[in-house]
Design a protein around this ligand. Structure first.
Ligand SMILES: Cc1cc2nc3c(=O)[nH]c(=O)nc-3n(C[C@H](O)[C@H](O)[C@H](O)COP(=O)(O)O)c2cc1C
Length: 170
């Protein structure tokens, strides 16, 4: 099975997950989306993005538009909790970018938030949708250190299960 792991990462969190998958999926090709090969050569594309404004980041949105008809396994990192409605919305919004999308499965985990972003949010006036609150500060603190070893292990187990499922169907 020809596997492409194509990712977009601004501060390295999503790249870490992509690299963990690459280590454990023998024969898979790993590429940032800026230099990804023609996806049509592949049986499955693992497409990894960082969440931006409750969707895939902009560069990945463009890339996903090229993946119509190709089996895609989406993975992502985000600042919010991975079991939140927000996380589910982000994956759904990303999947919707693929014309006639064939999303075989999805994985998401938390990723450290850029300290510059936190600094910016700390300046926002109360009432702004991103203004600091106790629960938001807790979230930012909880995101520190992610993706951690457990996240990477979970991502690899997920990817292997995706491939098993695809092989069983073939
Ligand atoms: C401009 C910007 C927008 C973001 N928007 C969201 C968001 O809507 N929801 C969220 O949970 N995290 C958001 N984040 C946090 C990132 O998705 C998260 O830190 C991610 O792990 C970064 O991945 P990377 O290191 O691969 O770039 C945002 C970060 C930035 C810089």
């Amino acid at each position: 099975m020809k596997i492409l792991i194509a990712y977009s990462s601004r501060t390295g969190n999503t790249r870490k997950v992509a690299e963990a998958l690459h280590l454990e999926l023998p024969g898979a090709d790993l590429c940032p989306i800026s230099s990804a090969p023609n996806p049509e050569k592949y049986d499955v594309v693992f497409a990894g993005f960082w969440v931006e404004a409750e969707n895939a980041n902009d560069a990945m949105k463009d890339y996903l538009k090229q993946l119509g008809g190709i089996p895609v396994a989406l993975f992502a990192t985000l600042g919010a909790y991975p079991d939140s409605q927000h996380a589910a919305n982000c994956l759904k919004a990303a999947a919707a970018q693929i014309p006639n999308g064939n999303v075989v499965d999805r994985f998401i985990c938390q990723g450290r938030i850029d300290p510059m972003m936190i600094e910016w949010m700390e300046q926002l006036p109360a009432g702004d949708e991103n203004a600091p609150t106790d629960s938001r500060r807790q979230l930012w603190e909880d995101a520190e250190g992610h993706p951690d070893d457990q996240d990477l292990e979970n991502a690899v187990a997920w990817a292997k299960a995706v491939l098993e499922k695809m092989k069983a169907k073939a």
